[in-house]
Every structure is written in structure tokens, then in C-alpha cells.
Design a protein. Structure first.
Length: 410
């Protein structure tokens, strides 16, 4: 659709289900869609987000804003993501500034933000908008977190990320690169220098399935492959990707593009239950990735490296007290597949050395209270490291909430 068509198609609902129910950031969607002045539309978005060019591209719109669109009940929803990315791109091209709202009571406050991903960048921006002096500490030699070390370039161009980050840094935010928590950066040192600290380093250590053969050479974590960009040679090889989320889709598509002969995504539930975005599943299929739904991996077989995998078919059953159908292995349906590599994309967890000094919750993430405060004085945490919802928009919302909580405690 053209921009004019999108504006005319949007009903400008008074109740705004797209904003209030669908968008994690509660962006004022009808207002920015109907605003024909691009800078004013950008300013409307800037009230709630600093990542429009990014979220407009990679958010799971079908499950969030567009999934709540009134138009979508009987027809197609409004193309909200497309409009957001258009405004974000124009704001970069025309050099629009993120509006500041300086609070003189905050200009002498100093906050350290550890981690330059979506949560850290958003927290930093909303603090700096108010006049707080912010320094971001990042373990890599560039900011972005999952935006540059997790989401492939074919899904999110790196120049869009860089330009978005540059716009955020224009708020006066300082940056310290190659600073890793637990290695050359320590909380206790920062506590002596800053009024508050926000920890948003993510949780990108691949979870294990604890199945036989998982330790063999040729078994990789999807998060690790995407984060480091270090891959084996896939030319002419057969690869199994285990999981059904966006990490599985990104891993499978990346591996296929790097020359793999065959790439199978093995998922123990049905396609309609996959947490990955529909458009990513569709793209993976179009690129030649094969899907084995309602199948589960039991073992990785081989002497020293991957040679085969043993799988089993599953059936979906309704368990008492649960709303989601659960996969149950079908006895006797085992089968063997020849395989060269196995990529586990079944979730992630925090790095132990990063959170060793924090009180943890029962799932192993940093424990936070309703104000997002940790067990350490004046130290807050959010995003994946605190076990919050793992999408870019939810991480950004966590960062914005953290900024508001930090300011409320000054």
C-alpha cells in the first residue's frame, strides 16, 4: 500500500486496540499514521519509542499491533509496521532529532547502562531526554546487541541499526566499548561513580536439551552462531535446526544461504503453534528450508562428531489445567536421519559469571522487584537478563520502564 492508502484505510479508532492491546510500547498508532507531517509523526512516535525504523521492520506485527487491528476482523489489518518503518527511515534521512524534555532536577544525575541492545539503548535515550548524564558500557566494539549480533542483515540491514543508534547518541549519551561485565567491568566500581546502574546485557547462552550426543562435535547453539557469525562450512551438508522461534528461523535461513544442501527445522508442535513470525516461516519455506512438524529429537548419534540423529513423531494432547496443547512422543515412531550438523535453537539463558553477584529468581534470571530494582543497591535490571518477554519491542519497553523507575527514585 502507498502511505495515503494506509492512512485512508486506518479507521482512527477511538479505543485504539492496536496501541492499547497490541503494541508492547503502546505507540499512539492512529495518530502517527494519520499525521501527514513526517516530523510531527516522528515526534509522536518519539513519545514512546526510539526504534521506529527497526521495530517497523522486525516486530511480529501479526501477533501484536496488526493482530489487534479492527480492520483485521473481516479483512486485512492496517500495515502499521510498514508505516512505522517509513517514518523511521525518513527521520534518519531528514535528520530529525529526538525531542528532549529536560528536567533541571536531573541534569546532575549520572546513570551507567550496561549493555547496548534494545533495552539499554531505549533506557539510555529516555534518561538522556530528561537531562540525565548517561554512559553505555558495551562488551563489543559496537552498540546494538541482538540487533547486530543476532538478527541477520537480510532481515534487518545494519545501516538502519547504525543510523538509529547514531540518532539516539545525539541526545548526548557517552559510550564505553569493549567493556564486559565480570571481565573488565565490575558493578562495585560503577556504584562508586554513578547514582544508578541499569543492567541489560541479555541472556544469549543457548539452552541445552540434555539429550544423548549433545556434546558431539558439530552440535551448535543457534544464539551463538548468530551472535558470533562464526560458522563451519555448510557446503553440501545436511543440517537440522531444532526449535520453532525466530532464532530457529534466522539460523535456518542463514545456514541455507551459506550453502547447505538441506536444512530441516524440527519442531515438536504443529505449525500454527510456532512462536516464530508467520512471515519468517513463509520466507524460510520460500528459501528451501524444510519443516518437520510434530517431530522431536531424541539423540544425536556419532563417535566423535555428528553422523545421524534419532527422532520421534509426536501427537498433541490437552493436559488438565493447561490451555496450550502439549506434544507427547508416539511410542514406536522412532526413525533415524543422516545429519552433518545439529543447531539447537530451543531458548537461551544468562551467562553465569555475569549474574553471579545478583539474587536470582526461580528460573535463573536476575531477580527484580516491581521497580525493576535488583538485590544490589541502586542497580536495576531489565530485558532478557531479567527473564522478560524476548522480542525487541518488549526489550525496548523494559528499557523505557527502567528509565521511568530510575527517575522516580531520584
Amino acid at each position: 500500500m502507498e502511505e495515503k492508502e494506509i492512512r485512508e484505510y486506518c479507521l482512527n479508532c477511538k479505543v485504539k486496540p492496536c496501541s492499547n492491546n497490541g503494541c508492547p510500547l503502546n505507540n499512539d498508532i492512529p495518530s502517527f499514521i494519520h499525521e501527514e507531517d513526517y516530523e510531527k509523526a516522528f515526534n509522536i512516535l518519539s513519545n514512546t519509542t526510539v526504534l521506529p525504523a527497526i521495530c517497523g521492520r522486525i516486530c511480529p506485527h501479526e501477533k501484536q499491533c496488526q493482530g489487534s487491528c479492527v480492520r483485521g476482523i473481516k479483512s486485512n489489518p492496517v500495515q502499521i509496521g510498514e508505516m512505522e518503518s517509513i517514518i523511521g527511515d525518513i527521520s534518519i534521512k531528514n535528520g530529525y532529532k529526538i525531542p528532549k524534555e529536560i528536567d533541571e532536577k536531573l541534569v546532575n544525575k549520572k546513570v551507567a547502562v550496561i549493555g547496548g541492545g534494545p533495552a539499554g539503548l531505549t533506557c539510555s535515550a529516555f534518561l538522556a531526554k530528561k537531562g540525565v548524564q548517561v554512559t553505555i558500557y558495551e562488551k563489543y566494539n559496537e552498540l546494538g546487541g541482538i540487533l547486530v549480533h543476532g538478527i541477520p542483515d537480510f532481515r534487518l540491514p545494519k545501516d538502519v541499526v547504525k543510523n538509529t543508534i547514531d540518532k539516539i547518541l545525539e541526545l548526548g549519551i557517552k559510550v564505553e566499548l569493549n567493556k564486559e561485565l565480570g571481565r573488565n567491568l565490575h558493578i562495585e566500581d560503577l556504584q562508586n561513580q554513578y547514582d544508578a546502574i541499569f543492567v541489560s546485557v541479555g541472556a544469549n547462552i543457548p539452552s541445552k536439551m540434555n539429550i544423548p550426543g549433545e556434546e558431539l562435535e558439530g552440535v551448535y547453539g543457534g544464539n551463538t552462531l548468530l551472535e558470533t557469525g562464526i560458522h563451519p562450512s555448510y557446503e553440501g551438508k545436511v543440517v537440522a535446526v531444532i526449535g520453532g522461534g525466530n532464532v530457529a528461523m534466522d539460523s535456518a535461513r542463514t545456514i541455507k544461504r551459506l550453502g547447505a544442501k538441506k536444512v530441516y527445522v524440527i519442531y515438536r508442535r504443529a505449525e500454527e503453534q510456532m512462536p516464530a513470525e508467520k512471515k519468517e516461516i513463509k520466507s524460510a519455506k520460500e528459501e528451501g528450508v524444510e519443516f518437520l512438524f510434530q517431530n522431536n529429537i531424541l539423540k544425536v548419534l556419532g563417535k566423535t562428531h555428528v553422523e545421524k540423529i534419532e527422532c520421534i513423531k509426536t501427537q498433541l494432547v490437552k493436559k488438565e489445567g493447561e490451555t496450550r496443547l502439549s506434544p507427547v512422543n508416539i511410542e514406536g515412531s522412532n526413525y533415524i536421519m543422516d545429519m552433518d550438523y545439529v543447531v539447537m535453537a530451543t531458548g537461551s539463558k544468562p551467562e553465569e559469571k555475569v549474574i553471579e553477584n545478583f539474587e536470582k529468581n526461580k528460573w535463573g534470571y536476575i531477580n527484580i522487584n516491581e521497580k525493576m530494582q535488583t538485590s544490589l543497591k541502586n542497580v536495576y535490571a531489565g530485558g532478557d537478563i531479567a527473564g522478560e518477554k524476548q522480542t525487541v519491542a518488549w526489550a525496548a519497553r523494559s528499557g523505557r520502564n527502567a528509565a521511568e523507575n530510575i527517575i522516580s527514585c531520584f
